[in-house]
Design a binder for this molecule. Structure first.
Ligand code: DGL
Length: 277
């Protein structure tokens, strides 16, 4: 019997869910996954040697994303979550064609939730410059709801502010006011946080936008989507043993652990450096 089928028959499918991101931000998705699927094991890969992706070209982001899938395949994962919005924008469709396992991105789940929540169909999207340039959120939302009006705004300073831990400083609030002013002027009723780092800015973003605007966190929506997929395909892990997560990066594991403490609010176990394959 093949090892894979042994693993599957004894305890459901015990293989891990692979998650990749350009660096640290995808840990917001890991956090939601562990909440929604506490019995699943996760292998996370952060491409810390090449972060940020949000200012890179389409070609570079596609190449990096392919490499990241190969790293996770070496870890024998059963499916892959592309936690990075920029990778999802440019590479998801290509990865799905090239690799033979289920791959979920963050844009469709977030967009679907936004149109469910939005009363007026006036939806704002904040994201990295590369994600905004791809037009992927606007396309996805308008495919789901052709009458929707989508207003996008690149917010490149948010990523470094979050990585510095400046989540609710005066500087961060001023930057948010500046970035969000054009979206407020459009009277949006829903705002998609289209970047892995932005869920950490929720309090400041809500304060600037006001209570009448719903904030959509793609991480939570993506976790729900992963849960549905595992159930539909019978890929869930049934073992009673506690799950064991692994964290891999392409550079600076200790720095990753430090910033991760802020993202997850808890210490990560050992973080291993791996090379792309
Ligand atoms: N992970 C990226 C995203 O969600 C943000 C950080 C970066 O620019 O690499 O778009």
């Amino acid at each position: 019997m093949r090892r894979g089928s042994e693993v599957r028959s004894a305890a459901g499918d015990a293989r891990a869910i692979g998650v990749f991101d350009s660096g640290i931000g995808g840990l917001t998705v890991v956090q939601e996954l562990t909440r929604a699927l506490p019995n699943e094991q996760i292998v996370y890969f952060g491409d810390t040697a090449r972060v940020p992706y949000g200012t890179k070209s389409r070609e570079a982001v596609i190449r990096f994303s392919r490499d990241n899938v190969r790293v996770l395949l070496k870890e024998r994962v059963k499916m892959i979550v592309v936690a990075c919005n920029t990778s999802t924008s440019w590479a998801l469709a290509i990865l799905r064609k090239e690799f033979d396992l289920p791959i979920i991105g963050v844009i469709e789940p977030g967009s679907r939730r936004a149109i469910e929540v939005s009363a007026k169909g006036r939806i704002g999207v904040i994201a990295t410059p590369s994600t905004v340039n791809s037009g992927k959120y606007a396309q996805t939302i308008q495919k789901l709801l052709p009458s929707a009006k989508v207003f996008s705004k690149a917010c490149p300073l948010f990523v470094p502010l979050v990585e510095e831990g400046w989540l609710d400083t005066r500087v961060t609030e001023n930057v948010a006011e500046e970035y969000l002013a054009p979206l407020k002027a459009q009277h949006i009723d829903t705002l998609i946080l289209g970047c892995t780092h932005y869920p950490l800015l929720k309090p400041v973003l809500q304060k600037v936008m006001g209570r009448g605007v719903a904030l959509i966190d793609s991480a939570a929506e993506t976790a729900r989507e992963v849960k549905k997929l595992l159930e539909a395909k019978g890929l869930g892990r049934l073992s009673r043993r506690p799950p064991h997560h692994a964290f891999l990066v392409s550079d600076e594991p200790e720095h990753f652990r430090g910033v991760a403490k802020r993202f997850l609010g808890q210490d990560l176990p050992h973080v291993r450096r791996v090379d792309h394959v």
